[in-house]
Structures are given as structure tokens and as C-alpha cells.
Ligand binder design. Sequence first.
Ligand SMILES: [Zn+2]
Ligand SMILES: [Zn+2]
Length: 928
Amino acid sequence: MAENTNQSDPTRFDKPYNPREVEDRWYRYWIDRGYFAADENSTNPRRFSIVIPPPNITGSLHLGHALNNTLQDILVRWQRMLGLNTLWLPGTDHAGIATQNVVERQLMAEGTSREKLGRAEFIRRVWQWREQSGRTIIAQLKRLGASCDWKRERFTLDEGLSAAVRDVFVRLHQEGLIYRGERLINWCPRCGTALSDVEVEHEEIMGKLYYIKYPLADDPEAFLTVATTRPETMLGDTAVAVHPDDPRYSRLIGKAVLLPLTSRRIPIVGDPILVDREFGTGAVKITPGHDFNDEKAGQRHNLPWISLLTGRGEMNPVVLEEEAKADKDLVHEIAGAKVPIARDRVVSRLGAGGSLIKVEDHRHAIGKCYRCKTVIEPFLSPQWFVKVNDPLNSLAAPAIEAVRNGRIRLNPESWMNNYFGWMENIQDWCISRQIWWGHQIPAWYCRGTDIGQCRPECKTPIVAATAPERCPHCGSADLVQDPDVLDTWFSSALWPFSTLGWPQKTKALELFYPTSALVTSFDILFFWVARMIMMGLHFMKDVPFQDVYIHALVRDAEGQKMSKSKGNVIDPLEIMEKYGTDALRFTLASMASPGRDIKLSEERIEGNRNFANKIWNAARFLLMNCPNGAKAYLKTPLPDPATLLLADRWILSRLQKVVVSVNRQLEVYRFDEASRELYQFLWHEFCDWYLELIKPTLYGAEAAAAERTRTVAIRVFETVLRLLHPFMPFITEDLWQILHSPTDKSIVVAPYPIPSSRSLEDEALEGMMNDIISIATAVRTIRNEHNIPPSQQLKGGVITLKEENAKTILRNGEADIRRLAKLSEFTAGPSIAMPSGALEISTSAGKVFIIVDVDPFKEKARLEKRLAAKKAEFEREDKKWRDPEFQKNAPEEVKSKNDLRRNELSQEVFMISEQLRKIADLLKDRNL
Ligand SMILES: [Zn+2]
Ligand SMILES: [Zn+2]
């Protein structure tokens, strides 16, 4: 199908490279031929596997996905070409709360709600939505060129994965590692569900600190002053705490206070853990129903707890009247009110009753829901938990150990401290969510109405992988399943083995678990990576992956986070449309430096589109010089180096080094370094110099020499296409096909270049070529600086350090230097006197000079004009730079631009002044 399309259209090379023409076609070609499929029947013992971080079905491809999947694809394509049996397993995540929120918003727009639809209908709607738009992200990953084994695509809610989830739940429950308990948890009143610790985003705000009088029960004239940020929860206070060593208060421990607004009597306790003597007044209220630290203090002192709020975050009238025993007027005022309103009303009542002493501004942290940004409430409710720190059967300890002993390597290593810090303080994981979209918890409760009455032990939930028919205790068939679903990260924690068929003992598991690497961003290190490690070690008795590569965020050119409201979002799909997928991929890879956020600008991507064009033009040049096609040269062995041009031997030596280096950089996940080397080699060394250096031979009279050089040029180009393929899969396939035409193979499965056993490296030769190139470059630079046309023939030379160097340069490079630098004469030597009036530049080869016949007066006038302009611009930037107002008020990116420009201008002023000084010397020499 596709293999001959290129050759059949000879006009393609008349135009620049057109990504749109080729990308779709080659992707289909790869898919049709099954190149991305892992082979379960292979006897190849070398294997490489990766599971994709499953994108949410709510998702559309953004730059974070583009980066994440480009890096995975580079690794996978590289390993596949190295001959490994390679699996990249794709899939998507059902993303519980996120997806439920999206569909709820749609229902709201239709004037209905999930409650009105009912659970079954709502879930049907979410599935329907998933079928329609949940496929988008997969199509977009294909557009990016991702070489996943699509036949193995999984979804966290598909049948197999759901079975794995139920199995894990039942097993952990049997081991006592999953339990149901009533505890304070993080609650989102908007989403109406529990959240785990990592799902809470902490934010500093400027709030208030209220100082409230709590009168002593025995001596109503005396009082304790309590400082709190949450006066509305005081109705749930069950004690006041002071520090036992605080001389102000220690004598009061054991006595009681009367809670304002209720006159409920509560004890004064001594607690050195809860109380910070320096904070507020040194006396704090204990509200175990509304604060995590107070809950622990409450347990230490056996205090009761009062939960004042409903699940919607409103003051609960029943509790206010019964437990909190607030007066009727107050109950009337705040019953059903949301927290901020209740707070205002409580504060004004305290004020009216003379109990409020003062209010201060106070900076403190609050928690927000990571999905909807609503302020979370510590909320007492029955939930399911995973016990992570069981002393006899710990999930966390082996996960810490696996990273500590290097069975799992985090890259960059700097993340290890975060990992240990979090894992060593990990709390039990709250896994139940009060939403509908997700894996419903496999637990049933006996109601026993059909048998009249059930037994006390029927209170224990029945946990089972499939719905039980009868209660094992009383035989009742009246069972109801727990309505809650599991945290979405519970199913993704099993992803590396559930996707390979676990709990069945499949061939895929045997071959591809543990996976080789995981590529992920740092923001899901705890949500996901740490939990995969715990679950993998527990259920598979082996780590889920050996390497974790953690990449940074993609930001805009100024380093700002991209957001719709700022209008600085770069859409990867538009970019691929405009500049081609390869340009986007190469840009992201080249900027993926460890531990540093990517500051992406469209110019960078445009630059790499030009890189694609440069490669395209090189191919055009080479093919024009191979009238019989390129294929024959790929089959001939490399000619004996002794018969080759210096330029040929040089490019082979350089290629060898790049091959070694790119492989080495990829092994340590330095995508940036590997890209840089490829770019530098292909653009500058191969296109700019090598293709220029070989022109006389290609066009020369000696046919055999031209054929030898053609062989080298084609072979080097073909090798570098393979080397570049994982980064820029489309253009490399397109050109590789042309070189090999006709062929029915693909670069996807062509061997990746590895260091040759033949010794092609030649340090001395590289040094000499470096001299030749730097001399020619220096002449070009001087021409550029002095406005001398590139075509004007000049005389020039180089003053070398040693006679030996000059001889080598003259013997091997004179013709090339004269041709490339347009010099009619070229001299070299250590003792050449610098001709008067020569323009010069220092290089690694020596002082390069050219003799010019420019009118020194005209040149002086030109430079003086330029100097004046640059100086004026410098003054303007410098004035800003010195302005304290500007330094104080200007945005960071404006300041850094100013600083940069100011430095550039001062450099330019210096350079022009130097040139003027040289002209002044010249005029003096000539006595003008
Ligand atoms: Zn929420
Ligand atoms: Zn029962």
C-alpha cells in the first residue's frame, strides 16, 4: 500500500516537508501490520514493558499528556528497535468524582439531576457519555504517534478489572487490612463524599482568630480566654485544654467551664501535645467532632464527640437541640445554615452576650476539595479504610524498603526524600466515596425483614466477590449492598497487574510483570505511584516497575501555569496540525530536563518544524545525487577507510560517538541530552558541514571516489534516521521508506543503531576537522560583523600556536577552507605577522584574520552610527533597571526581560567599541 507512494510522486521534494500528508498514512500502515503488538509466543528472553498512566475519560489531550506519552513512546520505540519483545499497554481511567461531576453538570443544564434520574439511570447516562466522548483521548494519543498495543486496551471499570478490584477488596478484608470504622474523615460538602488525605489541597488564607470568654463553672466572675479560628464549632466543644506546665492555668486542670451560648459544663484538661503555650492565649477548645488534632486529644482524655454538621455542610438542628443544647433562639437562627453564615451569627451572639473579647487577623491553612475547590470539613462518618501500617502485615513498610534498597529506582533521585517523608507518615487510606460512578463496594448488610428478626452478629457486613443470596448468620435473603463506591485510585493502584489478567495466572503476567519503567508526573506520586508499589508488592510479591521516571510540568514561555482564564494555553492538537507531530514531540523531548518545568513557546516548536525541513532538504540533496536510487548503497559494505575522504572519515567518527551517546543518554532518561546531540549532529555537522565538504567529490571527475562518498553519505543518513526515529517517528519513516524503496518493511522494526565493533572513532581527525570548521566559521563571522558580502573573494589566514598545526591544516584543509570561506589566498603558520588593517577573531585553531579593503572612514561612520543607536537603547533599559518603582512593581517576567536585554545591549556596545578601536589603530598605522 504505502511503500511506493513516495517514489511515485517525484514532485514531493519540490515542496517543503508536509506532515499532514504523511502522518495519518504511516500510522495506519503501522497499525495494519501489527508492529505495536507484544508477542506472547515469542521465546525472546529480552522484554520491555510499560503500562500507560491511564488518562481520565473526561480528558482531552493537553500538553501534560503529550509530554508524558511522547517520553513513553520514545522509550518503547527505542527498546522495540533494540530487538526486545516490547509491550506498551494502553487504557483509560473511569475517574470517579471527576466524571460524575462532568455528567452532573450536563444534567443540570438539562434541568434535571442525578437524584431525579436515580442510580441505575444515572450510571447508564455516564456509560453512554463514555461511549460518545470517552474515546476522544485514545484517538488523540494515536495522533501523537503512540505505539501502544491497542488490542490490549483496558478500562478501570471493564469486567476483568472490576473482578480484580473485588478480589483485592475481599482478600484485604480477610487479612484484616480493610475495615469499616467511624472516624473523622475529610468531607467535601459540595461533592457529598469522603476524600482521602491526598485529595485535599491545602491553601494559606488570611482568616480571623476569635478570643472568647469561657466562664469558670465554680466562679462565674472568673473566666478562661480561648482563641479559635472556628467559633461556629464551639457548640461541639467537649473540653478546654491548657498546658500542664503553664503557671497561668495549671491550677485550673480538673475544674470546669460553662460553654457560652449553651451553659453546658465541660472540663478543663491538661494536654502538652495539643496545646502550644505561645499560640493565642495558651487555652484552646477541644472539638473532637470537627478537627483531626482535637479528635486525637479527645481519645486521650476520653471525651465525647459532637458532630454539628450535616453531609451538605449545614448546621444540624437536631444535634443543636439535643447534644449541643444551644438555646432555642440560637438554634432557630443557625439551624440549616452553611458554615460561613453560622460563624457570623455565632460571633454576633457572642458579641451581644459580652463573651467576645477581640478578633485578630490570622493567617492559617485550610483544606479544599481537589475536584471542586470547596472547603472541606473534618466530618465524622462511617467509612471503609485500608490499614497500611499493620505491624504484622504492613503494606507501607515493604514499599519503603523497595525504594530504599534500589529494587525501584526513582528518577530524578531527589524525589526519594518526598517519597520517604510521605510513606513514613502515611495514615490509613479512606477508600469509600459517597458517589455513584465507580466500583460499588462488595459488602452487603442484612436487614432480615423477611424472617421477622435477625441476630446481633448480622450487624457485621458480609464482604464477598459476588452477591450473597442469604445472610450467613440468620439465613435472611433481605440483603442490601453498600451504596458507596471505591476511591478511583483503588482500581488504578492495581493497574500494572490487573491489566495483565490478574488474578488469573496469564502468560502476559508471567512475561511482562514487573514492568520495566513507569513514566509519570510528580503530582500523582502519592495518589498513584506509592499505592501501586504497595499493592504490587502485596499481591504479586514483586515490585510493579523497576524504574520510575518523574517528569515536570509544561508551562508557558514565561513559566506561568497554563490556564484557560489566563488565555495562555497551548493546545497540542492545534500545534500538531500547524507544525506537525514530530516537531511537537521533538520539542517536548528536548526540553525534558530532570526536575525542571518546561517553559514552552511556539517559537521552539516552529524551530523544530524547521529541523524537520532541514532533514527533508538533506534527503532531497542526497537523492538528487543518487540517480539510481539510494537502496544499492545501503547494501554495499562501507569502503576501506583508507580510501575515503577526510570528511567521510570524520562524519563516520562523529556518528559513532553520537550513537554511543544517544543510547547512553536514553538509558538514564536524559531525553533532553539525547535530542540535543541528534539535533547538533544532524543540523550542523551533517547538513551544514559534511554535505558542503563532499560536494566537490560528488560533482568531481573521479567516479569511484564519488561512489565511495555517496555510500558513506547515504549510510550515515540512514543510520541517523533510525537513531532519530523514536523522537520523530513520522518523517523518519517517510524518508527511510524512500531510501529503502521498494520495501515492505518499516523503520519501526529496523535495528536501532548501536556502537559498531569497527573502530571508526578518530580523535586526531576530529580535532583537525574542528580546526577547519572553526576557521571557516570565523571568516564568516567577520564578514557578517563588517557587512562584507559572503561572495566577495578575500585573502586571509590563521596564526597558529605551532608549526605542526599549520602544516596539518594546510595539507588537509586548505582547499576546503578557501572554498567554504571564499578566500582567494589562505596562509597558516605560527610566525605570520598580522597584516596591517586585518580584521581578526581568536579561535581554537589560532588567530584567524582576513585582509579587507574597506574604506576605513566609511566603516568608522557606519559603526559610530550603530554605536549611538545601541547606546541610546541601553540607556532606556538601564534607566528602567535602576528605577526602584519598576523593580518593586513590574511583573517578574518583565523584569527578567529587561535584565536580559540590558545585558545583551551592554555586550553589543562593547563589541562595536572594540571594532571602532581596531579601526582607530588602523588609521593611526596609516597616519591618517
Ligand atoms: Zn468537592
Ligand atoms: Zn442476618
